[in-house]
Design a protein around this ligand. Structure first.
Ligand SMILES: C[S@@+](CC[C@H](N)C(=O)[O-])C[C@H]1O[C@@H](n2cnc3c(N)ncnc32)[C@H](O)[C@@H]1O
Length: 505
């Protein structure tokens, strides 16, 4: 690997689908006995600045977290952040992952995000051998890659753009020129009868992409897509098995559609067919040692998992009976359901979001509300194997996020640090959330668990007066006119931050 002149950081975000807690949930549902994430040995290969890993380390003080990356600038920046956070259970090292097999460490969770599709085929094979060697017998790995057929469109676009940026060395100029070319290509669409629909959709996607994605994906030296069957074969050759997709749990593979049934019981063929139907462009594969996973979802294992939902009923409807109730989810998605058990579960969970209930507890509450027994396994199936799955979140252990702010509200050291440098901060569900308002960000940076409301309001007043940020409609120098109103603003902002799972218990 040659280092380019200017440093273009990679995404450097926490990734909920690839966090140890999510992998533990998947492992539980697919018959593996993975280590408890709070005490696990976690490795991230290609960790860049280690934001994902640091977020995991914050949530698991008794675990050990090790990241490896070839880029010295990313690792130096990451280690600086880790030092500032005072985290003793995470370490980043600048080295090639191929050196790892010389050491005797084994890991419960291995995370490889954004690497498999973007390296030379020889390195790809070495990656699978390394996974096989380093993964504990019951361990679980996350391995993302560009999937076919959806990523064909990306290859088409790369073929058109790369010849125009080949001679440009500076990555910033390459990104800029690539975007100009993307815009020019879009104009071609205006030609009557053009059959460029797929390509145009890809160009629009590309033009919305961050610098990081353009540089590390679209313009990368390697960016390969794989058919699912091809990927499964490579795993098998290395003594590994595909478990499921970290995000969707591949529920669609169990579909009763006649075209899927006609393919017989071969799961690989079914999944590849479904990838074709959905034009899938990305996979978040969960991988384990060969023969360790049952390969099928077992809802009876969900009893000890924790469920959360941000669902808020848009209009109150009755739980018993088939009256539909529409729920709004924090992502903005709407969900309508007529099933009493789902309605009851979403009411129960929505009231305490972003905290969670253990499934056995939830199923008891649901049974009470509905007036008939609903077993934990049936409830898990209803919540995870239907459109309701978009509204629920599952955890291996209770998330530390609280529903209502306490007397001296607190967020994590990472969120405090991130709030100082931009709108994107990592929450307690291990995902990036955007805190756009400068007032909210300033408040978040103050939440170290030692300050009551008055102290927070007073610190914010100082910051406004010092013009550290603008509050529309107020004159910073006229403190006496607005200071008394700050208390209510602080309360409102804390509630909002709690809803984004940013406040810790
Ligand atoms: C596209 S970035 C993804 C980074 C990060 N996982 C993310 O999602 O933001 C790929 C990373 O893999 C690292 N990498 C590439 N080849 C490597 C190797 N052989 N050993 C260790 N790291 C490698 C690169 O330096 C880069 O930081």
């Amino acid at each position: 690997m040659t280092l380019s002149a200017a440093y273009v950081p990679s995404a450097n975000k926490a990734l909920r689908d690839g966090c140890p807690d999510r992998l533990a949930v998947v492992a539980t549902l697919f018959g593996l006995s993975a280590a408890p994430p709070e005490r696990a040995r976690v490795l991230e290969i290609g960790c860049a600045e280690g934001v994902h890993l640091s977020a995991a380390a914050l949530l698991a003080p008794d675990g050990s977290h090790f990241g490896i990356d070839l880029d010295p600038r990313a690792v130096a920046r990451g280690n600086e952040t880790i030092g500032a956070l005072g985290l003793g259970n995470v370490k980043l090292e600048c080295a090639d992952f191929r050196t790892l097999t010389d050491r005797s460490e084994r890991y419960d969770y291995v995370i490889v995000h954004g690497l498999y599709s973007w390296v030379h085929p020889g390195v790809r094979d070495a990656l699978l051998s390394t996974l096989h060697e380093l993964l504990d017998e019951q361990g679980v790995a996350y391995l993302s890659f560009n999937a076919l057929p959806g990523s064909h469109a990306k290859s088409m676009l790369r073929d058109l753009v790369l010849p125009h940026v080949r001679e440009i060395v500076d990555p910033r100029l390459r990104i800029e020129r690539a975007r100009e070319i993307g815009k020019e290509l879009l104009l071609v669409r205006q030609r009557p009868g053009s059959a460029f629909a797929l390509l145009c959709a890809e160009i629009e996607h590309f033009l919305r992409a961050s610098d990081s994605l353009v540089h590390h994906d679209y313009l990368a030296e390697h960016s390969h897509g794989f058919r699912f069957g091809e990927f499964a074969e490579r795993l098998e050759a290395h003594g590994l098995d595909y478990v499921t997709d970290a995000n969707t749990l591949d529920r669609s593979a169990f579909t009763e559609h006649p075209l899927v049934i006609a393919l017989g019981a071969n799961r690989t063929q079914r999944l590849e067919f479904l990838d074709g139907l959905e034009m899938r462009r990305f996979r978040q594969a969960v991988v384990c040692h060969k023969g360790r996973s049952s390969g099928s979802l077992d809802f009876s294992r969900a009893e000890r998992l924790w469920f959360a939902s941000s669902a808020e009923p848009s209009a109150r409807g009755k739980i018993p009976g088939s009256e539909p109730v529409r729920f709004k989810i924090i992502s903005g998605v709407d969900l309508e359901t007529t099933l009493p058990a789902i309605k009851a579960a979403l009411y129960e969970l929505g009231r305490i979001w972003p905290a969670a209930l253990r499934l056995d507890d939830l199923s008891e509450r649901v049974s009470e509300r509905v007036g008939s027994a609903t077993s934990a396994a049936d409830l898990a199936r209803l919540l995870l194997d239907s459109s309701a799955s978009a509204a629920v979140r599952v955890f291996a252990r209770a998330p530390r996020s609280v529903h209502a702010p306490g007397a001296t509200p607190e967020t994590t050291a990472l969120a405090r640090l991130e709030a100082r440098s931009g709108p994107e901060v990592t929450n307690l569900h291990h995902e990036p959330v955007k805190v756009e308002t400068p007032f909210h960000r300033e408040l978040l940076a103050l939440l170290d668990g030692t300050k009551h409301r008055e102290a927070l309001a007073s610190a914010l007043a100082d910051a406004i007066e010092a013009r550290r940020f603008d509050v529309p409609g107020i004159d910073p120098s006229a403190r006496s006119r607005w200071e008394s109103l700050l208390g209510r603003e602080v309360d409102g902002a804390l509630e909002r931050l709690a809803r984004y799972a940013l406040l810790v218990a």
